[in-house]
Design a protein around this ligand. Structure first.
Ligand SMILES: C[S@@+](CC[C@H](N)C(=O)[O-])C[C@H]1O[C@@H](n2cnc3c(N)ncnc32)[C@H](O)[C@@H]1O
Length: 236
């Protein structure tokens, strides 16, 4: 492993806002902060997750825009999330945490009704393993366990396959099988920067103008960015 990576890992260990639980702390058991994230942040503000956060551009970028919300960036790669963690520390952002873990174990981390918003930013399309996609029914099932009614699920992606799979297969099938839980589409565009963004209010435009590391690469290759926003509805 490169020296640079080792240095980042060592610095992550020193950061109080980077949580790196051992597998034994979370496998088939609840992480110590499950149900206690608001206490961890020291307020009752809404909790927003960025899944597959990489360097955490949406975590840090939204934390700057919305000091009245709490943001948790989640990724398995410590050297990547170090970048966002360092930025948050340097800027004194108190409403940011990073969690280094596999998203597959996410239900060990959050309790019923604990999370207000989820952002999935440029996740791997997992072309050969559809169930591993972060919007597969397996993952939707997990998110519903801790999302509030009225909470939102946001997918921003360069991948036509992941976008169409989510829009046309996994979410409609989930909705059909899982009533009364229902993901209602609030916004949907396959050409965010060309047309979609103009239909959004100023605040959402600011949020969607945050560009991630991978997004920047795809934009330079001329790819179109897709964005869907769902609201989770519980009809009892
Ligand atoms: C293509 S990168 C996107 C990173 C960042 N959001 C961006 O746009 O620059 C996908 C990220 O997802 C993370 N990832 C993929 N599957 C994961 C999983 N099951 N659990 C945790 N992280 C995962 C990878 O480590 C990687 O950083």
């Amino acid at each position: 492993m490169g020296k640079n990576k080792l240095k980042k890992f060592a610095q992550n260990e020193q950061f109080e806002h980077v949580l790196q639980p051992a597998f034994s702390e979370i496998f088939q058991k609840d992480f110590r902060l499950k149900g206690c994230w608001n206490e961890e942040f020291g307020n009752d503000n809404p909790i927003v997750l960025e899944l597959a956060c990489g360097k955490g551009e949406y975590t840090v970028g939204q934390a700057r825009l919305f000091p009245e919300k709490n943001f948790i960036g989640i990724d398995i790669k410590g050297a990547r999330l170090f970048t966002g963690a360092l930025q948050a520390k340097e800027e004194g952002l108190k409403n940011v945490r990073f969690l280094r873990t596999k998203i597959d174990l996410i239900t060990s981390f959050f309790a019923t009704d604990e999370v207000d918003e989820i952002w999935i930013t440029f996740a791997d399309p997992q072309m050969k393993r559809p169930r591993k996609r972060l919007t597969s029914d397996l993952f939707l099932e997990r998110y519903v366990q801790f999302m509030k009614a009225g909470g939102t699920l946001n997918l921003k992606s360069d991948s036509t396959e992941l976008y169409e799979y989510t829009r046309d297969e996994s979410v409609p099938e989930y909705n059909q099988r899982k009533a009364p839980y229902h993901f209602e589409t609030l916004f949907d565009t396959d050409q965010l920067y060309e047309t979609g963004i103009k239909e959004l209010d100023e605040t959402m435009q600011q949020v969607l103008n945050i560009r991630t590391f991978y997004e920047q690469m795809w934009l330079e290759e001329g790819k179109k960015i897709k964005y869907i926003r769902y609201e989770l509805q519980h009809q009892s």
